[in-house]
Design a protein around this ligand. Structure first.
Ligand code: NI
Length: 239
């Protein structure tokens, strides 16, 4: 039997056959933004994509192409960051979901990797009457939080965290960096909205994290934890 997982690898007759017996799809959503001196710009997209594809495979459902651009204006003082306005992000997500609904997908599970996207996703999903949708942030599940606390404690921080970098390195090994010296070891905490003020306060892009602690081996454990969180949360959603 054909291993169903990625929508973009299938033909339309295969999708039609899938829809004859099932109606669920997982949609990874992320961001392309700076993640400090050792994290790839795609961290917030690579993580939900890797977790989502593995979870979809185990659940026997499809994964949609990743929406890899999100709302990240505060990171714009760092080269490579791409941001959408909330209106554009909302429109892209809304039109993606309604396209899927038009073909008969009745359950859309949105797996997000960027905290800054969450309020906009939540607001949109509240307004959509159909299909049934659910938002889950991969980094907020109980197993992931417990493992990140065990591995890094307070060194996890808030942005460019060792856990998300470890996971990105695991799912995309070509992005792995060898030791980068970071000063201070633990970045300052807080937040700044304005891009220039953000970079002045967080010169290497990290917030509160000791990103040098990231290890690809930890990423393998984080992937497993995140996949288990998704499977449990998905089953509650489907009922
Ligand atoms: Ni991130």
């Amino acid at each position: 039997m054909l291993l169903l997982m990625r929508l973009d690898h299938m033909t339309w007759p295969e999708v039609e056959a899938y829809l004859d017996r099932a109606g669920a799809i997982l949609l990874p959503v992320g961001s392309t933004e700076q993640h400090g001196p050792n994290g790839p710009l795609g961290t917030d997209a690579l993580c939900p994509e890797g977790v989502g594809r593995e979870a979809a495979k185990r659940l026997g459902i499809l994964a949609a192409p990743t929406l890899a651009l999100g709302v990240a204006p505060y990171h714009m003082a760092f080269p490579g960051t791409i941001t959408l306005t909330p209106e554009t992000f909302r429109a892209v997500l809304a039109e993606t979901v309604t396209s899927l609904a038009q073909h008969g997908f009745s359950y859309v599970y949105v797996l997000n990797g960027h905290g800054g996207n969450s309020p906009f996703i939540r607001a949109l999903l509240k307004e959509l009457k159909a299909p049934r949708c659910k938002l889950h942030n991969w980094f907020a599940g109980p197993r992931v939080r417990a493992l990140a606390a065990e591995l890094y404690g307070k060194a996890e921080g808030l942005h460019a965290t060792p856990s998300e970098i470890a996971l990105a390195w695991h799912v995309a090994p070509e992005t792995q960096r060898s030791s980068v010296v970071m000063t201070p070891k633990r970045a300052p905490g807080g937040f700044e909205k304005e891009p220039e003020a953000f970079r002045a306060r967080f010169p290497d892009g990290r917030i509160g994290s000791e990103a040098a602690l990231a290890r690809a081996e930890d990423g393998a454990r984080l992937l497993e934890a995140a996949v288990e969180d998704v499977i449990e949360d998905y089953q509650t959603f489907i009922g």
